[in-house]
Design a protein around this ligand. Structure first.
Ligand code: PMP
Length: 406
């Protein structure tokens, strides 16, 4: 008998299952609104022009080789990544109270943070995530033995933020609990707090001694403006929080499969902060060494090349503008078509939500029906990826929505 005789069949990953079903569909009308990756107006993956350039530079660099990176990763990436998310003149950076580690994209950054909390946070083993959140958060934190609690986030009636639910949950959270916050372009809802709301969230978290863990997977991709998309994080740092950040370069560089990302620990300002940060970094090094030894090199070099070259950095901002601009245009097109068709219900949330995803408000029954009848694929919770819409299919999708909700 096998050592694993009693092993149970695990469910297939819902998103990857959806992708397989889409591929198997032979209809020429099919539309993929499940995929969490940017697509151009021809529904094709897009290599950012600046990434193509950086790729050439890296490939042709005579010093290029496939040696191991240091345990903490490519220093030119981690330092630029910290500046990108914290701001170039961040007091935390000046005061040397930031420890940065290159990770296996945003997932690896969330995982390294999870492991770090599980091993070294003596005050709490509970992490609050938004309800709903990126489904993978649940297993990432549970896998290392943290317990998950949820704060309400999405208001079904308005398809907007459940402000009262969220704030009262934070007010009642056990002090020192870890609170996972999406820095911008909340996945899956596309609903972000306003800057005033972030200020209030920070005030409550300070009062209740809650620990912020920011997940930033869409910086620059959401609004097109890098600083704006990192505003909440920079505000929390200014407020003197000790916090952690999981940063992904998958979406904003289109480097999905290269797995480039960073984890940052930021100590609260204090005379002992620099020493504490060094001790934290020494333990993060052991965790990293035992799990991946050292992170992958190629995508890191591409991102670092762009982040450290002022001209390429400017080009990157233009590419971010192309992606975020196309997504915003598709939101508008879908909204306008639904209004034109006088589709029952309100659809303002389609344009007020931000980033790659939108929570349409479609029920699970409607989601299954639209898949069956129109070959339009989205996750069961009614989330659509705006990147799957283009000028050729947006009218078709709007008509399908219209038929399904009537
Ligand atoms: N966090 C959130 C909220 C995400 O949406 C994603 C991407 N789907 C990630 C983290 C991490 O993705 P990756 O590991 O590809 O960087």
């Amino acid at each position: 008998a096998s050592a694993f005789e009693s092993i149970q069949m695990a469910p297939t990953d819902p998103l990857f299952g959806l992708m397989a079903a889409f591929r198997a569909d032979s209809s020429d009308k099919k539309v993929d609104l499940g995929i969490g990756a940017y697509r151009d107006d021809n529904a094709k993956p897009w290599i950012l022009p600046v990434v193509k350039k950086a790729d050439e530079i890296v490939r042709n660099d005579p010093a290029n080789n496939n040696e191991y990176l240091p345990i903490a990763g490519l220093a030119s990436l981690t330092s630029a990544a910290a500046k990108l998310v914290l701001g170039g003149d961040s007091s935390a950076l000046k005061e040397k109270r930031v420890a940065s580690f290159q990770t296996i994209s945003g997932t690896g950054a969330c995982h390294l943070g999870a492991l770090f909390f599980a091993k070294f946070n003596q005050r709490s083993k509970t992490i609050y995530v938004s309800n709903p959140t990126w489904a993978n958060h649940h297993q990432i934190f549970q896998n290392v033995g943290l317990s998950i609690a949820q704060y309400p986030y999405f208001a079904r009636e308005s398809c907007g933020l459940d402000w009262d639910g969220m704030t009262s949950s934070l007010r009642n959270a056990e002090p020192n609990s870890i609170i996972l916050l999406h820095a911008c372009a909340h996945n899956p809802t596309g609903v972000d707090p306003t800057q005033d709301q972030w200020k209030e969230i920070a005030a409550i978290m300070k009062e209740r001694s809650l620990f912020p863990f920011f997940d930033v997977a869409y910086q620059g991709f959401a609004s097109g403006d890098l600083a704006k998309d990192a505003w909440a994080i920079q505000y929390f740092v200014e407020q003197g929080f000790e916090l952690c950040i999981a940063e992904s370069f998958a979406k904003n560089f289109g480097l999905y499969g290269q797995r480039a990302g960073c984890f940052h620990y930021v100590a609260a300002p204090s005379p002992a902060a620099e020493d504490l940060t060094k001790r934290v970094a020494s333990q993060l090094a052991i965790l990293t060494r035992s799990e991946i030894s050292n992170p992958p090199i190629y995508g890191a070099k591409i991102a670092a090349t762009v982040l450290n070259d002022p001209a390429l950095f400017e080009e990157w901002k233009q590419d971010l503008g192309v992606m975020s601009g196309r997504i915003i245009a598709m939101r508008k097109a879908l909204y306008e078509k639904l209004v034109e068709l006088k589709t029952p219900g309100t659809w303002d949330h389609i344009t007020s939500q931000i980033g790659m995803f939108s929570f349409t408000g479609l029920s699970e029954t409607q989601v299954l029906k639209i898949r069956e009848e129109f070959h339009i694929y989205m996750t069961k919770n009614g989330r659509i990826s705006m990147a799957g819409l283009n000028t050729k299919n947006v009218d078709y999708v709007a008509h399908a929505f219209d038929k399904i909700v009537r």
